[in-house]
Design a protein around this ligand. Structure first.
Ligand code: TPP
Ligand code: MG
Length: 907
């Protein structure tokens, strides 16, 4: 008989559920016991194999398994396997406290004396242990037999780095006192790491977030490249990148992590300081940044080590047999964790532990204060040491350490864990006393008011320990050294062919450049130091012959037979390949360029990068990396291919670069050129090699090259200096037989392939109007502009001395002759020199969004073709009364120009 009432039915159902539940539990227990047996008898590897088999089987039977690359919210490394700590914990704690004090004092003092000068206290406060364990036990200095590690410190944690150097005796009181006062008479130390401002000290500028991580990845890969190519043997040097959890929001931070795992870069270690906060507030208030990053990195194939809980938690976690505590840890969102740091023990008990009576029971014996003080993994040297040790011992994978910390650790009321903490720059007296007490700094109350820097006596155990540790590890860090063996320059004959011109053959400047590069690569001595870098554009630039000649770098060689193996120019990958083919990835390619261009400082060897890319996707796309390369004192050649808004014709729109020469203007170290002919390229590259690798100037070169084929002229005599300075007379107009303007021949200026339009205009002016015009090639507006403003500045500051005449006016005196400049870049580029070109000056350029069409149509549209150059010349001459006033009007009809045509500036 079945149950009759509703109550009875419910009761029966409950009983059934209870039975099923009990069965489930028993079954789960059985499985777990089997697993335990297996683990015991056969070990980890066998357990992994069985689980993998089970997974495959379940999948075959159609059981959808959740795909997850997250593990529970606990430490990755087991407490019972934690290695013993090799250092003196008590001494290290005292040293770290002193470093914390000075880092804080540096910022507080600076802001007391110069309100608004800025600086950061809370970031270093959170990562002090992460740095100190590294300094005491891991970071190898430059004298280590394995070569010094390269450490990318978080830019705004620099007070901590300075403070350690102060304790080491490498920085003075005075320098600390002048933190963020670069211009102080007695010398200061700079806000963010900067190799120009502290050239013997700082290696990597990390002030712009996201660039450190991506540069670190390519740096680690470049170390492999140098080894594989026999340029510098690898002895275990590591690249450490410290970054903030907020910093991982930047696409550059995570955008290249798959390269690191694909290339098995076990010489790379990321340490993400997961203090759960960025500038404004929580990084993932409603989620978990640690879990998110774990999934991302694990999915990308990295070795992920979570360092979340300090040893205070070990015992509780060991008692957590049913995984309740771990589950609870994983439930709490970051915004709530942040609140625990601020609110204290009673709050933690109520909101964390009492969410589950069994958990509440686990900590009943503990006081609120004890609950609050339970340390996090990133503040526990034992946990951090274990993670670093596992990271440096990891083989075949890069490692990321996700370490939980508290932002503003130790600041107490002044900002520990608070949303305002990032901006905290001042501490009042009470807060300072609290800091002193918390870190037991041996200063009395009166001294604290003065906030002195504190360094124990040279013979103190602390100072002895600091020096001992660094001695064992191979010297102090950070440190920047620039000793590299000199490079042999190619024989002068290498350049000869470029002066001869191309005869009857139409050739583009891109082809000419590739020829220069090919010859350099073949040079017996210099060739191997050259690093060609392309972001999937080698064929675009006609460089495919280099694939075979030099090989494409691949650490594993070529594991397949390429489809074009039977052809001469097949796609050859090789372990000693020279070309870095970075894929469609300008940011990565630029990071490789930086690694190669700074190898003289970071690897003790000169390598010469030639990074060739679509010019549109350079300064515009990865401009901040280009700025960073200047900060880094990087040397090398950037080659902007398919340049010029009308020279790259059909491609149109987002590909057409009419402004890269403007975008680079702010970068002081770039020498920029828009060459028209092969010989100009040869002269510029040759000089670049000389200045960067013989004279050792920390500059770099940018050359735009075009894909328009035309006859490459032979080099006129004596123009080298002009090419380098930015301007020279290429073809004077024929004065004899002139009908107009014979006394005041106009000057026509052209650059890149637009020089051909200028030459055509010269011819038209002569043939149709009897006007002799002189044609100048402007190879660089930037060089001319800098020279002119330098002269102007000199004249301003030295009013009693004879006037310096800028180079542009030495060539083109302001004598009333008309100057018309035509460029394939925006008018603003020639207009830079407007003041020096005099009143009769007209700039023609390619302003506006691109269009796809033929070159003649585009040059008409943008008004930079020969006809428009002629018209501009006539108009300017008419204004100067050098030709009849009605001539321009006639010319408009003659030249078939529509005066009411669309203004290309507007779409
Ligand atoms: C590209 C860039 N954008 C913004 C900033 C300004 N900034 C400096 S520190 C910071 C917050 C950093 O947070 P996080 O990375 O979590 O570091 P934490 O200080 O918490 O360790 C911001 C937004 C910058 N330096 N670079
Ligand atoms: Mg942060």
């Amino acid at each position: 008989m079945g149950p009759r009432t509703l109550d009875q039915k419910a009761e029966a159902l409950q009983q059934l559920n209870a039975d099923t539940h009990a069965m489930d539990l028993a079954e789960t227990r059985d499985w777990l016991e089997s697993l335990e047996d297996l683990l015991h008898s056969r070990g980890h590897q066998r357990v992994r194999e069985i689980l993998s088999e089970l997974q495959i089987h379940a999948q075959k039977r159609g059981v959808a398994l959740p795909v997850t690359s997250r593990t529970p919210y606990v430490n990755t490394l087991l407490a019972e396997r934690q290695p013993p700590y090799p250092g003196n914990r008590e001494l290290e704690r005292r040293i770290k406290s002193i470093i914390r004090w000075n880092a804080m004092a540096m910022v507080v003092k600076a802001n007391r004396e110069s309100p608004g000068i800025g600086g950061h206290i809370s970031s270093y406060s959170s990562c002090a242990t992460l740095y100190e364990v590294g300094f005491n036990h891991f970071f190898r200095g430059p004298d280590h037999p394995c070569g010094g590690d390269l450490v990318f410190f978080q830019g705004h944690a620099s007070p901590g780095v300075y403070s350690r150097a102060y304790v080491e005796g490498r920085l003075t009181d005075e320098q600390l006192h002048n933190f963020r006062r670069d211009l102080a008479a007695t010398g200061g130390i700079t806000s963010y790491p900067h190799p120009w401002l502290m050239p013997d000290f700082l290696q990597f500028p990390t002030g712009s977030m996201g660039l450190g991580p991506i540069m670190a990845i390519y740096q680690a890969r470049f170390i492999r490249y140098l080894d594989d190519r026999g340029l510098r043997p690898y002895h275990g040097q590591k690249v450490w990148a410290f970054l903030g959890d907020g910093e991982t929001d930047e696409p550059e931070s995570l955008g290249a992590i798959t390269l690191a795992s694909r290339e098995r870069l076990d010489n790379l270690i990321f340490v993400v300081n997961c203090n759960l906060q960025r500038l404004d507030g929580p990084v993932r208030g409603n989620g978990s940044i640690v879990q998110e990053l774990e999934a991302v990195f694990r999915g990308a194939g990295w070795n992920v080590i979570k360092v979340l809980w300090g040893s205070d938690w070990d015992e509780l976690l060991a008692r957590d047999e049913d995984g309740r505590l771990a589950r609870r840890m994983g439930e709490v969102v970051d915004g709530e964790y942040q609140k625990y740091a601020v609110e204290g023990g009673a709050y933690i008990r109520r909101h964390f532990w009492e969410a589950d009576p069994k958990l509440a029971g686990m900590v009943r014996h503990m006081s609120d204060d004890q609950l609050w003080r339970m340390n996090l993994g990133g503040h526990d040297p034992g946990k951090v040491y274990a993670a670093y040790k596992a990271a440096v011992e990891c083989i075949g994978q890069p490692t990321v350490i996700l370490a939980r910390t508290i932002k503003g650790y130790g600041l107490g009321e002044a900002g520990e864990g608070k949303n305002i903490t990032h901006q905290q720059k001042k501490l009042n007296e009470e807060e300072m006393l609290h800091f002193r007490n918390r870190f037991r700094i041996p200063l009395n109350d009166d001294e604290v008011k003065q906030t002195p820097f504190y360094r124990p006596a040279p013979d103190s155990p602390e100072i002895a320990y600091v020096h001992d540790r660094r001695r064992l590890l191979g010297g102090y860090l950070p440190q920047r050294r620039t000793a590299a063996p000199d490079l042999p320059m190619p024989d002068d004959t290498l350049w000869d062919e470029f002066g001869a011109g191309s005869g009857q053959r139409a050739v583009s400047t891109t082809m000419a450049f590739v020829r220069v590069l090919t010859k350099l690569l073949k040079d017996k001595q210099l060739g191997r130091h050259i690093v060609p870098i392309v972001p999937d554009e080698a064929r675009t630039f006609g460089m495919e012959a280099l694939f075979r000649q030099c090989g494409i770098y691949s650490h594993v060689g070529q594991l397949y037979e390429p489809v074009d193996a039977d052809q001469l120019m097949y796609y050859k990958e090789a372990r000693d390949g020279q070309i870095l083919e970075e894929g469609i990835n300008e940011a990565g390619a630029m990071s490789s360029y930086i690694a190669a261009g700074t190898a003289y400082a970071n690897q003790g060897v000169y390598t010469i990068p030639f990074f060739i890319y679509y010019s549109m996707f350079g300064f515009q796309r990865v401009g901040d990396l280009m700025w960073a390369s200047a900060d880094l004192r990087c040397r090398g050649f950037l080659i902007g291919g398919t340049a010029g808004r009308t020279t790259l014709n059909g491609e149109g729109l987002q590909h057409q670069d009419g402004h890269s020469h403007l975008l680079l203007l702010p970068i002081p170290t770039v020498q920029a050129y828009d060459p028209a002919f092969a010989y100009e390229i040869a002269v510029i590259v040759r000089e670049g090699l000389r200045r960067m690798y013989v004279q050792k100037e920390d500059i770099f070169y940018y050359l735009t090259v075009g894909n328009e084929n035309y006859i490459q002229a032979a080099m006129p005599a004596g123009v080298e200096e002009g090419i380098l300075k930015g301007l020279y007379l290429f073809r004077p107009g024929r004065r004899e037989g002139a009908r107009l303007g014979g006394d005041t021949p106009p000057r026509l200026l052209g650059s890149g392939s637009i020089l051909n339009e200028v030459l055509a205009a010269q011819q038209l002016l002569g043939e149709r109007y009897g006007i002799p015009a002189d044609v100048y090639s402007v190879t660089s507006y930037k060089q001319l502009h800098r020279d002119a403003v330098d002269a102007e500045r000199h004249n301003l500051l030295h009013p009693d001395e004879p006037l310096q005449v800028p180079y542009v006016n030495q060539c083109l005196p302001s004598d009333g002759r008309v100057v018309v400049a035509a460029s394939d870049y925006m008018k603003a580029l020639p207009l830079l020199l407007g003041r020096w070109f005099g009143p009769a000056f007209v700039a023609l350029g390619t302003d506006g969004l691109g269009r796809s069409d033929t070159r003649p149509a585009l040059r008409d549209f943008f008004e930079v073709d020969a006809r428009h150059i002629v018209l501009a010349t006539l108009v300017a001459m008419a204004r100067q009364n050098q030709v009849p006033a009605d001539l321009p009007g006639k010319a408009i009809r003659d030249l078939d120009i529509n005066p009411d045509k669309h203004n290309p500036w507007y779409v």
